[in-house]
Design a protein around this ligand. Structure first.
Ligand SMILES: [Zn+2]
Length: 226
């Protein structure tokens, strides 16, 4: 059971959605900052995310990006990145990384990572430590204020969404954001939002979401304002 919001610390948590195997996972929305807090009593499971590497050289991968340095959770994924991109890769948990050489960077990118971390304030503070003054943090994560989340919530709460869960299924996500809760996080950690978009990997849908920001995935840029 969770009694305080992991972002603002407030206790105005409303049971917002129920899901998971045997409907034993509760999602609480914070009335103050809008963060969706997952009840993690059953413990999050991040194993499924650590081994996959999709090359930006692959034409079917729509996001072509170039990194100068990269962090990976798994040695296997790290080797694949180093080989594919010809760049240095540090394998580390960046939440515990103490940056011994005090290196700072122009850009830090977290793509679909933030929602997996229980302590998002610590994550943004760590990103701030790694950035130069006025450096840019780019993050992608699910957008709870989206059409598909609204539909999912209605279906789940009526017991109409019957996804098959394995015996040992546990949630991978810990917290989920919308624009409001993400801005709350930025304000709390010395960042200023410079761009907010929601997006789709499909070009036509993506054009639509440029006009109506209700896609289930969000992309935000924030400047380290110190
Ligand atoms: Zn809150």
């Amino acid at each position: 059971m969770i009694s305080n919001c992991r972002l603002c610390g407030g206790d105005d948590l409303r049971l917002w959605m129920r899901g998971g195997r045997n409907v034993n996972l509760d999602y609480f929305k914070c009335g103050t900052c809008s963060l969706w807090n997952y009840d993690l009593d059953c413990g999050p499971d991040q194993r499924q995310y650590t081994e996959v590497y999709a090359s930006p050289k692959d034409a079917s991968n729509k996001f072509i990006e170039h990194w100068q340095a990269s962090w990976e959770l798994s040695d296997k994924a790290a080797r694949a990145v180093a080989e594919d991109q010809g760049i240095d890769v540090i394998v580390a948990n960046f939440l515990e990384y103490d940056n011994p050489d005090k290196e700072t960077y122009d850009v830090v990118i977290l793509r679909h990572v933030l929602e997996h971390l229980p302590d998002s304030i610590l994550a943004m503070n760590k990103i701030g430590d790694l950035l130069k003054d006025n450096g840019l943090a780019l993050l992608e994560f699910p957008n709870t204020r989206s059409m598909s989340y609204s539909v999912k919530r209605v279906l789940k709460n009526r017991g109409l969404r019957n996804k098959k869960y394995s015996e040992d299924w546990r949630p991978g996500h810990c917290n989920e954001f919308c624009r409001q809760s993400f801005e709350y996080l930025l304000n709390k950690t010395g960042f200023e939002m410079v761009v907010w978009q929601t997006y789709s990997n499909k070009p036509v849908a993506n054009a639509f979401y440029r006009l109506f920001p209700i896609a289930s995935k969000a992309r935000a840029g924030a400047e380290n304002s110190g």
